[in-house]
Design a protein around this ligand. Sequence first.
Ligand SMILES: [Zn+2]
Length: 163
Amino acid sequence: MVTDASPSEFSEREIWNYLSEVHDPEVPVLTVIDLGIVRKVQIINDSLKVVITPTYSGCPAMNTIEEDIIAKLKEKGVSNFTVETVLAPAWTTEWMSDEGKTKLKEFGIAPPQSGSKGSGRPEACPNCGSKETKLKSEFGSTACKALYICLECKEPFDYFKCH
Ligand SMILES: [Zn+2]
């Protein structure tokens, strides 16, 4: 039998490492750390608090993410923890790590372009790198993405919408 260890036996760094094994159910190449969903990991006395901010309110994946985080911590033998959802400040694509953006691109999804005015357009086609792209549909495979088509290679691709 595995004995549950209280959070004081773990370091916050270890908890961050565990959480980096939790993936986004919609874009499995991204972890919750890449997305910037995990805002805070705090060990106070004997209890661990994990604060998360959903990427999109109403995004059905968020419930799954919370459950996955809970399951991961339990799997690592952490007990006595709470996962708190904080809605403000709202998540923005700025919180996504550069590593996360690179992974998205390799996965064939154009990463969000924040830009000075938050222009919600992909910088380039993730397939061929062409800047000639056209919006095909505001909603791609999920509500979080828009569907674009590349005018160069004619391939459609998802753009992770910026907000
Ligand atoms: Zn292309």
